[in-house]
Design a protein around this ligand. Sequence first.
Ligand SMILES: Nc1nc2c(c(=O)[nH]1)N[C@H]1C(S)=C(S)[C@@H](COP(=O)(O)OP(=O)(O)OC[C@H]3O[C@@H](n4cnc5c(=O)[nH]c(N)nc54)[C@H](O)[C@@H]3O)O[C@H]1N2
Ligand SMILES: Nc1nc2c(c(=O)[nH]1)N[C@H]1C(S)=C(S)[C@@H](COP(=O)(O)OP(=O)(O)OC[C@H]3O[C@@H](n4cnc5c(=O)[nH]c(N)nc54)[C@H](O)[C@@H]3O)O[C@H]1N2
Ligand code: SF4
Ligand SMILES: [Mo]
Length: 744
Amino acid sequence: MSTEQHYRICPFCEATCGLVVETDGDQVVSIRGDEKDTFSEGYLCPKGVALQDFHHDPDRLQSPMIRDGETWREASWDEAFTLIEEKLMPIIQEHGSHAVGIYGGNPSIHNVSLTVYGPILMKSMKTPNLFSASTVDQMPKQVACGGMFGTGLTTPVPDVDRCNFLLIMGANPLESNGSLMTAPNIPERLKKIQERGGRIVVLDPRKTKTAKLADEYHTIIPGTDAYFLSAMLNVLIEEGLCAPEHLKDHAVGFEEVKSLIEPYTPERVSDRCGVDAEVIRVIARDFAASSAACIHARMGTCTQEFGTIASWLPDVIHYATGNLDREGGAMFPLPAYGGGNTKGTPGVGRGMKLGRRKSRVSGYPEVFGEFPAACMAEEIETPGEGQIRAMITVAGNPLLSTTNSEALTRAFGSLDFMLSLDVYMNETTRMADVILPGLSPLEIPHFDTAFTQLAIQNHASYSKPVFAKPDDRPYEWETLLRLVGMINGMGANADIAAVDDFVTSMAVSREIQLETSPIHGREADEIMAALAPRRGVERMIDFMVRTGPYGEGFGSDPDGLTLDKLEDNPHGISYGALKSRIPEVLRTPSGKIELAPEAVVSDMPRLWEKFKEESNGLVLVGRRHLRSNNSWLHNSERLVKGKSRCTLMMHPDDADVAGVVAGELAEISSRVGSLHVPVEITEDMMPGVVSIPHGWGHDLDGVQLEVARAHAGVNSNVLTDEKALDIPSGNAIMNGIPVEVKAI
Ligand SMILES: Nc1nc2c(c(=O)[nH]1)N[C@H]1C(S)=C(S)[C@@H](COP(=O)(O)OP(=O)(O)OC[C@H]3O[C@@H](n4cnc5c(=O)[nH]c(N)nc54)[C@H](O)[C@@H]3O)O[C@H]1N2
Ligand SMILES: Nc1nc2c(c(=O)[nH]1)N[C@H]1C(S)=C(S)[C@@H](COP(=O)(O)OP(=O)(O)OC[C@H]3O[C@@H](n4cnc5c(=O)[nH]c(N)nc54)[C@H](O)[C@@H]3O)O[C@H]1N2
Ligand code: SF4
Ligand SMILES: [Mo]
């Protein structure tokens, strides 16, 4: 056996672990953690190993698929594009470009072809009907941070390697490996906090793996984090524990914040949150007393009724306690690729503008260029000018991952045309007319743009493809550019090389015009020549890193970063621990941290209205498992084997009241749907809260995922309500859903 070793960043989750992929010919022999990776140092989780299964999965699509009535056939790329042109272009010509909707899914951010070229397709389509997994995920955090700091990805990350007090709310990094916090080997990093005498406190309605590791765990009623955090801030103010000195001159609005949160004292919110007033006080005091403290508030605090307010308050508390932009607190990474907060004039910008358009049916404001995923169904089904008649999904499984799956499936079924760029025929793509397959992660280059903006260390890493792609298959950036060419009237056989040259030279021209760019005023032709002979996505990556914060700047810093240099360093390049970036990182019009942004202020009355309401009855939350990745890694036997993980977790008292028995099916229903799901009784759930994981329910007609089908589970989004949103961000509410449970 003659094996070779390749280094590849794992594309599955935000931890971005470095892997060693051992191959023999065209076979993957083994996958292990790369001990020399400058960031992950050998860590990996079972999903990284399962990359092997994904690569060799017989269900992974290898050629375009075209629907013939109820059956499918493989087709050539030319035939598929001819059909797309035939079906899609008349819809645009007859009804306008807004008749096309595009949904971008989560792997778009883990696949650089899609990250860089997906937005180009979205722009060329000139449709306002853009949707993504962001509005079933982190949009509230982006809105809160966009308001405070000026751009949607200026989200401070917990400096976990140096903090001594970590408050974790609505996140379970021991299963998820972290989110909006790129930190490979989070289990070890958390244990080290404890080893150096620090403390971890978890607030979660379920006693998760992370909660079990914590020094202190408290239950909290879902959807009430905004009250808890307001009360915590009130304690800090009332007891004179605020110390924002180092940022005082760089912030405005703290007085306004004080009056906004004033009603929510620990004693008043205690019943509402299900947390003792004294516990809130002690957490506030401990937080303030720590030399370096931060809050990691994530999924559970975003996908809830007050997602934006609950995502805003942690950073206000970071500010108030002097932990913002300070070692061991919440800090801003400086990514190699650049990003919104490295472009333009340091320290000032246009800030965030929301609501430049309204969605047609419900009038939801646009947020960072998109509408809530939750309004896709009504935009497709409501007749009239501007109705969506065709959908394009790119690396997304919205029929399983977004709210009210049954309504959305019905809506997708009524489309005149649907195109999916995906790797599987799954719950969503089975509804398409044409599927254009992406390649295996081992056949494409890898470079993280988003996650280096969220990483707890400044670093850069690039992976070359492990295997050459099959000759007859395009890279996804080529597929996207072929679509862009088609939309721009170049036909089904658009000259991809010409479109590639055009979009790259546009990017170069834009950069040259920026006064703060290292290539300001240079000639575009000269820069394009310097990027040769690379083309496509590699050329874009080279361009981005050379003009980025560590870049070689096309001659301005000969020792600086280039793609060549990244290729020479397959274990990554470390730029060290995070450094303070205020005020340079800010892009607000005032040039200050705007502590009371309009998007939040305008939502505070809603928080108060809800505060006065009585709430009782069961509510549903989600959960993640280490061996799962949203909806699409269930076709790996090694990840799904063992007892079913798609169960309804309930506290014994709730199970008694509902009369349900462990291991037997119960019926759970919400305003929008109902499911039959096996019960798992556990004291880990707080009373009043039940939990089902998302991303399951693979036994639908037409799904071609043999292993996943045999471990189908149920789709929890049959229960989530598309009419209930976090108002400022348009984000879906996936936690705290009112439900009823009964025995069957
Ligand atoms: N109830 C509930 N629902 C949730 C959540 C929850 O916590 N609870 N979590 C939400 C969150 S955080 C997210 S991010 C969303 C995810 O929502 P989505 O992004 O819509 O769904 P995924 O399950 O990630 O599906 C990804 C799709 O991309 C395809 N794919 C994978 N790699 C590639 C590639 O390289 N190219 C192409 N073209 N396709 C590829 C897969 O086959 C799959 O169809 O789900 C959300 N839904
Ligand atoms: N293994 C695995 N890893 C993943 C994924 C996966 O599917 N599987 N998905 C990836 C993606 S796309 C994302 S976005 C991240 C998400 O990663 P995390 O942000 O860590 O999210 P979860 O693991 O869903 O944990 C959310 C927690 O919030 C709790 N919760 C629910 N409602 C509330 C509430 O109102 N208040 C509070 N305080 N807590 C609440 C839930 O009980 C749960 O424990 O994980 C990523 N990593
Ligand atoms: S934690 Fe697991 S899934 Fe996430 S990047 Fe590392 S190996 Fe991949
Ligand atoms: Mo996500």
